[in-house]
Design a binder for this molecule. Structure first.
Ligand code: BMA
Length: 371
């Protein structure tokens, strides 16, 4: 009897304390969110999921013209027969009640794609290139100094930021499965902050200010708005060391998954250097994750236009195959000069099919358990 009681107490502690890291940071996370989180841990043993930003919204035809908004279509599916396991979306411009996001995707389409992806069994991850709450005409990329400090010192700016969070919360709350239950999503705010190109970047705020807006944001969505279907991803850009990676880390109670964004530029000249840096960062990330018991991912990566035909197997897979990353996500197929996965007939398509056929690369059909 006592034994059973202790077991029960132990189980309750794991489920409700929020301290245990075998559960999401949100102590009130919904069952579906806990399920997703636990399945992500299991899937790490099977392989690494492939993801792409806006993969269901648009892409390129064989003649490099764009297709936009076709149902049930994705360049990855055209090339391999399957959808990516992870789909990325961005909420930029939701601040202004815009019908479309910053890259022209209707928010209604994003909602539908999240529902379809969840239904198939896949992971949905959401970033947010938000404008500047102290001066809403300024985009994420306007390098306005001290924005975070101003958000917390100017009540009007904070009010603006809160009203934007309300819109984000409304959208997130509208993500429902076929039974009307909230669909769990991985939210990845304030990304690439080790760089200095967004107003929340390292050059424009102190580590304490960055941590403050992170904690404020998580607490607002979770506690004020009562959203319990979110997992949170902390994602830097390039970093030099464990200390650098963790300089702005808001705390183990604020993050479910740790990752970084890292792009390959100047190929083929830089091929070896890219592999070296990628390998170094994946190792460092995993050392941190092991200590903290967090999931890991390359939250953004890619070689624009994939100018190295065997990039997928020789450069990427060779470097990450022994890791326990949950996923790697390449950026969007947005324009004929700005695409990151092969479209039909692209010169890296045969290598991408090889990559797809590797038992440890996971696409949509391999991750039905996430549902
Ligand atoms: C960048 C580019 C931009 C886009 C932005 C947000 O890397 O793809 O064209 O607007 O991401 O998605």
């Amino acid at each position: 009897m006592y034994k059973r009681l202790f077991f029960l107490i132990g189980t309750l502690t794991i489920h409700f304390s929020g301290i245990s890291q075998s559960a999401p940071i949100d102590a009130k996370a919904t069952l579906a969110t806990r399920h997703l989180y636990q399945q992500l841990w299991k899937l790490r043993q099977k392989g690494i999921m492939f993801g792409q930003q806006d993969a269901l919204a648009y892409g390129l035809n064989a003649d490099k013209t764009r297709w936009i908004g076709d149902a049930n279509r994705s360049d990855v599916k055209t090339v391999t027969g399957d959808f990516p396991a992870v789909i990325g979306y961005d909420l930029g411009k939701i601040e202004f009640d815009s019908v479309r996001n910053l890259d022209g995707v209707p928010f209604s389409k994003i909602r539908q794609d999240i529902q379809n992806t969840h239904q198939r069994g896949g992971l949905n991850t959401i970033s947010w290139h938000l404008n500047n709450p102290t001066d809403p005409n300024k985009t994420s990329w306007d390098k306005a100094d001290s924005t975070i400090a101003k958000i917390f010192s100017d009540p009007k700016a904070l009010q603006t930021y809160n009203s934007w969070l309300d819109k984000v919360a409304n959208f997130l709350a509208s993500l429902k499965d076929t039974k009307g239950q909230p669909i769990p999503v991985l939210f990845r705010p304030f990304h690439e902050h080790t760089g200095s190109w967004f107003w929340w970047g390292a050059g424009f705020c102190s580590p304490e200010q960055y941590k403050k807006i992170w904690r404020y944001t998580v607490s607002y969505l979770k506690d004020t708005k009562g959203l319990h279907h979110l997992l949170y991803a902390y994602s830097t850009d390039r970093f030099e060391s464990q200390a650098h990676y963790l300089e702005r880390y808001p705390g183990d109670d604020m993050v479910d998954l740790i990752g970084f964004d890292y792009y390959h530029r100047d190929a083929p000249k830089s091929n070896d250097e890219f592999k070296k840096q990628l390998s170094r960062m994946v190792h460092t990330l995993e050392e941190i994750a092991d200590k903290k018991h967090k999931l890991t991912a390359i939250t953004e990566m890619g070689l624009e236009q994939i100018t190295v035909d065997n990039w997928w197997t020789s450069i990427v897979w060779e470097t990450i195959k022994d890791s326990h990353l949950s996923y790697m996500l390449v950026w969007r197929n947005g324009r004929p000069d700005h695409f990151y996965s092969p479209y039909q007939g692209h010169t890296s398509a045969p290598d991408f099919i090889k990559f797809y056929n590797l038992p440890q690369t996971l696409f949509s059909k391999d991750v039905k358990v996430l549902k």
